[in-house]
Design a binder for this molecule. Structure first.
Ligand code: NAP
Length: 551
């Protein structure tokens, strides 16, 4: 039999820098490398438009839990002044519009290839190039490769037996169909009660005939108190942009508020209760900043946890359901605390039920619904998996990255991610990971972390070129020391006590249990990175010869 002709090898297109992903991070990185350094930079993006996480997460109720006036680029006064947010917490479509506004205003789309999912990225040491191929065979090369793939972009779909038998529709919230899902008149099962499930449940309950929420771990949630923004606030935010930016840069989480200076244990019970009640009434993530030791002292944390559990029992009318929702097994804010619009109230609706799958786990999915270990059957038409992500490392590991001597990133990280500052990995020259594991990323207001990384990477590449060097690579010793510091920073907080959190990789079977984000605070991290740059990049090796380019 004649052999099938070999697939044609596509020509390779060469750039100065390749960026993977066109969300907040990729857009700003493209702008910085192209318009500040004058590099021929190019973005490869799997989706058909800009937006990153906001392209994929179109589930009902999707909105940001950072306040809109802080969930924006602050590097450009023009961008700040040319955009108005409509609500305190913007919905997914509005954030997507904002990112399109950014891309259009900075004329970025002409340097982005959409529909390009990276399948492999290989360091070619002889040529000093990253050779990148998309899953459909397009080939690119560049000396610098910057990943801007987000921390929560690789979905976690649990391997529950029988999924293929289900006759109805199955959707993961992180890959929600772009034209929506009509649940009207349908019985819906939603598995998962993280930030996503807590946002989606009230909206699904409004639309569906019936909603059953499958809860494995009960969760805290704080009312968002979302509202339209009035003109006075919009004017204030624009006029005070410099102060807002300064506050965001000075705080541990990159949000526009400061952490209360007092201990929760140094005030009277009445004063404490009043402080929590005020934060509850105001709404949003700032409740965890009411006192300085909520995240570091278990007794202090208990006071916040007890306050929230009491509110849950107050809101939820059925005592048995309230008891299950308030039976929370980890300290407050040791998993990312959701904020909600009517989540606990949803359980007072006649068409909503809670299934406690900690007590009675899911055994299998059947043709008609979900069967629990006790034999109880939940007949449903739609199953929504709000089961989160293979966070922080998943998207990077799925890209097929290999560094010096063919070292696969999956092997380099077999025991958990090892990075210098979350920015570079030993053995992977000229690879930069925006908001990579080991950086504050998910513990912060993301645009703040992204801006800092993009600016550090851009300055680093400029310095490398100014010194006439071709490559920069993190050293093993530096990564070893940084991983130890990341562990110490986590252990100085209560966060490792949430044993099942995605911060630890514990939500994905077989994933190494390592606390991945840097918990030392964004402000401290920013100072460390700035010091490394000022000292001439200790912990990194610059090598090779390249033409000198003035910084
Ligand atoms: P998540 O926090 O990881 O929550 C996943 C939920 O699914 C948990 O309740 C988990 O239970 C459950 N689950 C996972 N596997 C399961 C299984 N096999 N069987 C039963 N239940 C299972 O994911 P997420 O809610 O998508 O949120 C992830 C992160 O995305 C958030 O923490 C936040 O950082 C970000 N996010 C932000 C926003 C926003 O800005 N508004 C909105 C959504 C998400 P266990 O807890 O028992 O593992």
């Amino acid at each position: 039999m004649p052999e099938a002709p070999a697939a044609p090898v596509m020509p390779e297109t060469t750039f100065d820098a390749l960026i993977v992903g066109a969300g907040f991070a990729g857009l700003y990185q493209l702008h910085a490398l192209r318009d500040r350094l004058g590099l021929r930079a190019h973005v490869l993006e799997a989706a058909d438009g800009v937006g990153g996480t906001w392209t994929w997460n179109r589930y009902p109720g999707a909105r940001c839990d950072s306040e809109s006036h802080a969930y924006a680029f602050y590097f450009s006064d023009d961008l700040l002044q040319s955009w108005d947010w409509s609500e305190r917490y913007p919905q997914q479509p509005e954030i997507l519009r904002y990112l399109n506004h950014v891309a259009d205003r900075l004329d970025l789309k002409r340097d982005i290839t959409f529909g390009a999912r990276v399948g492999s990225a290989r360091w070619d040491a002889a040529a000093g190039l990253w050779r990148v191929a998309t899953q459909d065979g397009r080939r690119y090369a560049a000396p610098f490769l910057v990943t801007a793939v987000g921390c929560l972009s690789s979905t976690n779909m649990p391997d529950i037996p029988g999924r293929e038998d289900f006759a109805g529709a199955v959707h993961h919230t992180g890959e929600w169909p772009h034209d929506g899902v009509d649940v009207s008149g349908k019985r819906v099962a939603m598995i998962g009660t993280g930030s996503t499930g807590i946002q989606a449940a009230p909206v699904l309950a409004e639309a569906a005939a019936h909603l059953t929420v499958f809860q494995r771990t009960a969760n805290y949630s704080i009312p968002a108190r979302n509202r339209p923004l009035d003109d006075a606030f919009k004017h204030w935010a624009k006029a005070h942009a410099a102060e807002i930016r300064a506050t965001m840069h000075a705080t541990p989480n990159g949000h526009p508020w400061t952490v209360g200076p007092r201990s929760a244990l140094e005030v009277s019970a009445e004063e404490r209760e009043a402080a929590y009640a005020a934060a509850w009434e105001k709404g949003g993530l700032a409740l965890r900043a009411t006192f300085r030791d909520i995240l570091t002292d278990r007794a202090a944390n208990d006071t916040a946890a007890d306050f929230i559990k009491a509110r849950i029992r107050e809101v939820v009318q059925d005592p048995a359901t309230a008891a299950k929702l308030a039976d929370i097994d980890h300290p407050f804010a040791t998993k990312r605390p959701p904020i909600d619009t009517g989540y606990f109230e949803t359980f007072n609706r006649a068409n909503v039920a809670l299934a406690d799958i900690r007590a009675d786990p899911i055994e299998r999915i059947t043709a008609t619904g979900i069967r629990l270990r006790s034999g109880a059957e939940h007949a449903v038409d739609v199953i929504v998996f709000a089961t989160g992500f293979d966070a922080m490392t998943g998207a990077l590991l799925r890209m097929g990255i290999s560094g010096r001597d063919g070292l696969a990133l999956s092997d380099a990280w077999a025991a958990g991610p090892r990075t210098q500052l979350g920015l570079q990995v030993p053995g992977f020259p000229n690879l930069f990971t925006i908001t990579g594991p080991g950086s504050p990323s998910v513990l912060t207001n993301m645009p703040v972390a992204i801006e800092q990384h993009v600016e550090w990477i851009t300055d680093c590449i400029a310095q490398l070129r100014a010194q006439g060097r071709a490559t920069i690579e993190a050293t093993d010793d530096a990564a070893e020391a940084w991983v130890a510091h990341v562990n110490d920073a986590a252990n100085a907080t209560l966060m490792p006590q949430a044993g099942h959190s995605w911060y630890l990789g514990a939500n994905v079977p077989g994933k190494p249990r390592v606390f991945m984000p840097y918990a030392g605070g964004m402000a401290r991290y920013r100072a460390i990175c700035a010091e490394v740059a000022a000292q001439g990049y200790p912990g990194f090796v610059m090598a090779g010869q390249a033409a000198r380019v003035p910084a």
